[in-house]
Design a protein around this ligand. Structure first.
Ligand code: NDP
Length: 327
């Protein structure tokens, strides 16, 4: 049967994508076929669609690192026709057709059954960004951070990871400080649960190797000087979850926060996280994420609008999460 997909192709060094009609025989091997309801546009999708980074390893390919939908056919144990499922990362949009399509065939190992609380649209409003925000919260908890220990800093606050991190942390009783380059969006950030807003410029330029202690913990989606400064300002035995590189992939800091303050730098990878970790993150999202607030972070687009959204993400002009209705 024919279905619509956004297909990325490469000519010379430039990547382009357009909506095409494909057939089931065009899909790649896999033991589960999913009727996709929604996908979403993450920072990594923007890198893939603009060719800014070599996310896509084989062309032509359907991009989209996330999808949510209903299983049509399955030979994978534990997953059956009619199950509502979500996939985040793995080979999607790298070597395997991804979520920007009405149909997907993929390995059952890549799928998580959706908690009852969530619709497939909610799942994509969360997407890799929200699931990564939860992985980051879990890293803070695993390092012993509790609301009584003090403020939590969230950088890249208007972004997908940042917005959802604020919602989760404030719901758990943390006092959240949001760092942003868009202070004019303070009302949005306060509405999500931020208690205080700071201008990201105070963090984004070179700073001292160690500075006065401000944060019990931090979730950083920005990297570079920002992450180095956040580490330098983290309290004794604090934890910083590093999940992103919106400012840059460098880390121009010193070891002083680690050897003087016992600070933990916790790495966060969502793409190849083991299934047990994914299940934990999705069940905690079901428990701890306020869906009404999630709705405030979300805008909807269709498949054809995805390339334009990708460009705006890299310009830092998109707020929160963009859900793609593929049908
Ligand atoms: P978004 O584009 O939604 O958000 C990024 C935010 O970072 C922007 O909204 C902006 O927030 C801030 N920002 C942008 N450019 C700069 C800059 N030059 N300097 C400082 N801050 C900047 O992206 P996502 O939330 O989807 O992803 C955030 C990061 O996390 C990305 O780097 C992404 O690759 C990474 N990521 C990593 C994952 C993993 O598995 N480790 C999974 C998911 C995402 P504001 O306007 O408020 O300043």
């Amino acid at each position: 049967m024919a279905f619509k997909a956004l297909l990325a192709t490469k000519a010379e060094k430039s990547v382009s994508a357009s909506v095409v009609e494909m057939n089931e025989q065009d899909l790649m091997p896999g033991d589960v076929t999913v009727a996709v309801d929604y996908s979403t546009v993450n920072f990594k999708d923007a890198l893939a669609l603009t060719g800014r980074a070599d996310v896509i390893r084989r062309f032509p390919l359907i991009p989209g690192i996330d999808l949510a939908g209903t299983v049509e056919a399955s030979s994978y144990p534990g997953i059956a026709a009619g199950d509502r499922v979500v996939a985040n990362g793995w080979g999607l949009s790298q070597t395997h057709h991804g979520g920007f399509a009405q149909k997907a065939r993929l390995s059952g190992e890549w799928l998580v059954k959706l908690p009852q609380t969530f619709s497939t649209k909610d799942a994509m409003a969360i997407g890799t960004a929200g699931y990564t925000a939860m992985l980051s919260v879990l890293a803070l908890e695993n390092g012993g951070v509790t609301p009584e220990r003090g403020d939590i800093l969230v950088t890249g606050a208007n972004g997908g990871v940042g917005s959802i991190a604020i919602v989760i942390l404030s719901g758990l009783g943390y006092r959240v400080v949001a760092s942003t380059g868009r202070p004019e969006e303070a009302d949005y950030l306060r509405d999500l649960g931020a208690a205080e807003i700071i201008d990201r410029r105070v963090l984004s330029t070179p700073g001292a190797p160690i500075a006065s202690e401000k944060w019990a913990g931090a979730i950083d989606s920005v990297g570079s000087h920002t992450l180095a400064n956040v580490l330098a300002q983290t309290q004794y035995r604090g934890v910083v979850a590093a999940c992103g590189l919106a400012q840059g992939m460098d880390l121009p800091g010193s070891v002083l926060p680690f050897i003087l303050r016992n600070v933990t730098l916790a790495g966060i990878d969502s793409v190849n996280a083991p299934q047990v970790t994914r299940l934990q993150a999705w069940s905690r999202l079901a428990r701890d994420l306020d869906l009404r607030k999630l709705g405030r972070t979300t805008q909807m687009v269709g498949l054809a609008e995805v390339p334009a959204v990708a460009g705006r993400i890299l310009e830092g002009k998109i707020q929160g999460r963009t859900v793609v209705g593929v049908n």
